[in-house]
Design a protein around this ligand. Structure first.
Ligand SMILES: Cc1cc2nc3c(=O)[nH]c(=O)nc-3n(C[C@H](O)[C@H](O)[C@H](O)COP(=O)(O)O)c2cc1C
Length: 150
């Protein structure tokens, strides 16, 4: 059994809904899972005792990528979360009409790599909400499960 944390920042609920889907997949596979809102986490030691951590965050900028407002303070404290050597993956919902489609995924992945995290899979970038992307989310969750098992 792996101990998995899924932490998301979400303003209108789109990324929050996506966070729950792999969470349920992992639970059904027998893993221990916590799904938490970035607004409610303490950054220091966030990854302690976790085998894998998933980060979900929407983007809100126009010219530049702006991370979702609850996730931003967590991101600024990423050096304190203890992510070195931890398996990670990043996901987002977004809108492909914006220049930086799901730009938070790239920003967060780059920072996690700098901090020595181990990327399990390439990030999941969803155009629209969960209902528009059910199969893609389920497939990504299945691939994560396979990576965790392997
Ligand atoms: C002012 C504004 C800026 C946005 N910027 C981006 C962006 O840069 N890239 C993107 O993919 N989506 C962008 N979006 C779309 C939202 O990120 C998208 O609706 C997302 O699903 C919201 O997720 P949340 O409800 O989890 O916060 C923007 C939306 C607004 C209103």
């Amino acid at each position: 059994m792996s101990r998995i944390l899924i932490v998301y920042g979400s303003t209108t609920g789109n990324t929050a809904a996506v966070a729950e889907a792999p969470g349920e997949q992992f639970r059904q596979a027998g893993h221990g899972v916590d799904v938490v809102d970035a607004a409610n986490v303490t950054p220091a030691g966030l990854c302690a005792g976790r085998d894998a951590v998933l980060f979900g965050c929407s983007a809100w900028g126009t010219d530049d990528v702006e991370l979702q407002e609850d996730f931003e303070p967590l991101f600024e404290a990423f050096d304190k979360i203890g992510v070195k050597g931890v398996k990670v993956a990043v996901f987002a919902t977004g809108d492909s009409s914006f220049e930086h489609f799901c730009g938070a995924v790239d920003v967060i992945e780059a920072r996690l790599a700098e901090l020595g995290a181990v990327q399990l899979l390439e990030g999941l970038k969803l155009d629209g909400d969960l209902s528009a992307n059910q199969q893609e989310v389920a497939a990504w969750g299945s691939r994560l499960l396979a990576e965790l098992a392997g």
